[in-house]
Every structure is written in structure tokens, then in C-alpha cells.
Design a protein around this ligand. Sequence first.
Ligand SMILES: [Zn+2]
Length: 180
Amino acid sequence: MMGMIRVSEVMSRNPIRAKATMTAEEGAMLMKTKGISSLLIEQDGEVVGIVTERDIVTKVAANGIAAGERKLSEIMSTPLIHVEADSPLETAAELMWKKRIRRLPVVAGDKIVGILTENDIVRISPGLIEITRGILTNTGQGIVKGIHGICDSCNEFSDNLIYTAGKYYCERCFSEVSRM
Ligand SMILES: [Zn+2]
């Protein structure tokens, strides 16, 4: 059995902040420059939300809206769902799956001290993703796509697992299975 790992041991420290008044375009540039995929959104010196790459793609680009015309405050997720730095990693993994999010700000006292991504968890403990999948099997009828985790066939991590007939497949294995 795995010993308890705390969120603080796995998280990335000093997450990058951006002002709420920044445009989605500026936010996307900042992420690219820093090589990160999310920004904490700051208003009057306080972190009030989070914007991920995905928010920019789904809420701006996919709707044909010019990224220069949307402020980060308009597309951020708020209130901020977060986890305590001394929580067990299991708790964070469960929260991510329940809320369907891939990044979790980490809080110590009243300060945001880091950010935990699903990839951080997979890197440290791939098994955790397996455990938390139980939540999804209850809802699954037919084919569900876009799940992150380990393929039941080749055991490789995939960003886009396909769940069908009680098993999870990566796209490659799914196309093999569905051909049979
Ligand atoms: Zn596979």
C-alpha cells in the first residue's frame, strides 16, 4: 500500500497570476511564454478565479469571439475550487474527478501557495486515477469520451480515454477493439 502523500509534496509552487482586466489574448500569450496551462486571476490583490487553456479554447475561440475582446474576468471559473496543502493526494484526486477539473489551486492558511494538476498526480501515483474512476462508471451508459487516465488495454496514460462496456481505452486501442 502507498504511504500518504500530501498535496504540498506534489504541487507546483508559485503559480502565475494575471489581472482580471487582462484580455483572453494577453492571457493566452502569458501562458505560452511561461509554458503553463492555467492562470490564477487576481482582482484588488486577491485571487478570485482561474482561467485554463481550455477556457480560452471553449469559451472564446470556439465561439468565434476575438480573444482581444474578452477579459479574463469574463471567462474565469469562480468561486475558486481549491484544496488544502496538507490534504492527502487522494482527496485532491477525488475533488478533481467530482468537479471535472484538471487543475486545483492549493491553499495554506488564506494564501494560495501552489497549483496541482492532474498530470502531477499521474506522475506520482497513476493508481489514483484508477481509484477515482469509480465515480464515472455510475453515470456511464454506452460510450463516454474525454476521460483522462490509464488505458485498460495497453496501460498507457491517455488524455482522451473512451469508456465503453465497462472498460477504458485509449483512442488507438478503441479503434482496434471496435474493428473486432
Ligand atoms: Zn491503449
